[in-house]
Design a protein around this ligand. Sequence first.
Ligand code: AQP
Length: 334
Amino acid sequence: MKKRVFSGIQPTGTIHIGNYLAAIRRWVIAQAEYESIFCIVDLHAITVPQEPKLLKAKNLEMAAILLAAGIDPGVSVIFVQSQIGAHAELAWILNCIIPMGWMLRMTQFKEKSQRQKEQVTTGLFDYPALMAADILLYRTNLVPVGEDQRQHVELARDVAERFNSRYGPTFELPEAVIPEVGSRIMGLKDPTKKMSKTGDEEGNVLGVLDSPDEIRAKIMKAVTDPLREIRFDPDRPGINNLLVIYELFSGESRAAIEQRFAGKGYAQFKAELAETVIEGLRPLQLRFRELMEDQRYIGRLLEEGAGRIRPVAEETLSTVKEKVGLGLPVLKGA
Ligand code: AQP
């Protein structure tokens, strides 16, 4: 039996190269080896305010980006989370076995709630429970994500263990798969913080759909340091981040990259990096534009994806409900 991969992405903000390098591009590779399910998590997106029409449009755009990047709907399943009601239902049941203490430890909530202050919703706090439901519904083995999601996948695993020990074997225990390089692409303007889809200042985020001119301008203005030496060094977050991006787009070894740019200036390195990123994203951007010409086709693929995978989700949910004792007992009488 092939192992099963599940991962999700929020249809919000600017889909950036961090999302692409740590998640989407690795999903494309994973689908050759594993049974793969990829989900556009719009229920997660509404944990912060969203403009309704824009959210629907973003679901479509996100699907087109995944397809353009190489997710093959003939091999993998791709669907929108809100198309399958079992996600929200299982999340509620899991809420009732997750200790508050586990949720209070989640660092992403702490960070996001500090930023959003009075806008913080119960949904944002509960985000990890919904993510656990997403993963556990499909008896997932592997969850390819960036570093920022490691703690959430670990929570999903803890929830599965707790449920299994209380109600008997039910869920697979999922494992996060995090790349050694590029698991945390940093902002271009503030390389001490991860590049994020939402709430980032202009120029900090390199979008996968950015035009060549935008890519050049953003990279040329990226923060570096006064040292002028082009070398991988985690203690120099600006240049290190740009070098990691170069490494991932070029496929060259670190030694070859350092040799290539030895004695050269930041401006030359940045110019070459920009062209490498532009070339790396070109096929995706071309295919994206073609796909967006036929939005009905994308809609059909998402419906088909949801239709293929819904029975798996419903079967898991019904097993869980049975174990927890929800619904009616076996009834006597005519
Ligand atoms: N900077 C990053 N570097 C590497 N991987 C990243 N991921 C996110 N940011 C980076 C990974 O991308 C996948 C989808 O994550 P998401 O939909 O939660 O995207 P986001 O960029 O984190 O968007 P947010 O939550 O809208 O941004 P903020 O944090 O500003 O609120 C995941 O696998 C994630 O690990």
